[in-house]
Design a protein around this ligand. Structure first.
Ligand code: NAD
Length: 263
């Protein structure tokens, strides 16, 4: 059987762990060549490449571009274009977080979050779109957040960046719609990742509460389903957006948040 994404090449930024790694595995399973990216030790990167390669029929590569650096993002897109003609599928997923009241928010954390969570999306998209236009087909999937739609206190930079990603998604979708290119954002709620587990553990420690109490106050209060979103659910939605059935979906911000933003 011909795989849905055979002959397509996907770049997934921030795919050495968490949601990006789950998306990379799903696109590889669908037949795409996949270029991984992200931070990590040599062992972590080897493990990520191995886990994506296990179910891949295309090639799996790794590029170490630092998403804070526009030049490195340019080198990443150029190297993929020299290997495969163009980036067919661009998943902008790399992201970081910092939680702090506005009057204590370190300016360098603001700069880093805006650079990685927002400006990197602008640079990767502006550089990948010409190749997609040449081939007459493309998929851009931006991993935003429920925080692209609603705010929470103490997350100024993250909420600003993710709202920015929502605006960028809609704007570029309008510009490239007639070229066979769709641009969408996925807006997850709390997802079952090591990052969230760590945040729950840290919050429990700093508030002198049990992990279960923090889970109830943070996750259950936000998500009426009463559970974390699974990484695989995000990966399946990303895979769907790459398919022909999603050709008319563009400019959307798709919540997958256990009902959080319906309230
Ligand atoms: P994660 O920490 O597991 O993954 C983040 C990835 O980004 C890693 O691969 C990391 O190496 C990479 N990264 C960080 N800084 C980088 C840099 N300078 N250059 C290149 N790569 C860099 O986190 P995750 O939870 O899987 O988050 C992935 C995306 O999903 C982020 O954009 C995040 O905002 C978004 N998101 C996560 C959740 C959640 O609950 N986990 C909810 C909503 C949105």
């Amino acid at each position: 059987m011909v795989q849905a994404l055979a002959d397509k090449t996907a770049v997934v930024t921030g795919s050495t762990s968490g949601i990006g790694l789950a998306i990379a595995r799903r696109l590889a399973l669908g037949g795409a060549n996949v270029v991984l990216n992200g931070l990590g030790t040599d062992d972590e990167i080897r493990a990520a490449v191995k886990s994506v390669s296990e179910n891949a029929s295309g090639e799996v590569k790794f590029n170490d571009a630092d998403m804070r650096d526009p030049k490195a993002i340019g080198d990443l897109i150029r190297s993929v274009e020299s290997d495969y003609e163009c980036v067919d599928i661009l998943v902008n997923n790399a992201g970081i977080q910092h939680v702090s009241p506005i009057d204590e928010f370190p300016p360098e954390r603001w700069d880093a979050i805006i650079a990685i969570n927002l400006s990197s999306v602008f640079h990767a998209v502006r550089l990948a779109v010409p190749g997609m236009k040449r081939s007459g087909w493309g998929r851009v999937i931006n991993i935003a957040s429920a925080h692209a739609l609603v705010a929470s206190p103490y997350k100024t930079a993250y909420v600003a960046a993710k709202h920015g990603v929502a605006g960028l998604t809609k704007t570029v979708a309008l510009e490239v719609a007639s070229h066979g290119i769709t641009v969408n954002a996925i807006a997850p709620g709390y997802v079952d990742t090591p990052l969230v587990e760590q945040q729950l553990d840290d919050a429990a420690k700093s508030h002198g509460k049990s992990r279960d109490e923090i889970f109830e106050e943070v996750v259950l209060a936000a998500q009426p389903t009463g559970r974390l979103v699974e990484q695989q659910d995000i990966a399946e939605l990303a895979f769907y957006l790459c398919g022909d059935a999603a050709a008319s979906m563009t400019g959307t911000i798709l919540p997958i948040d256990g009902g959080w933003t319906a309230k």
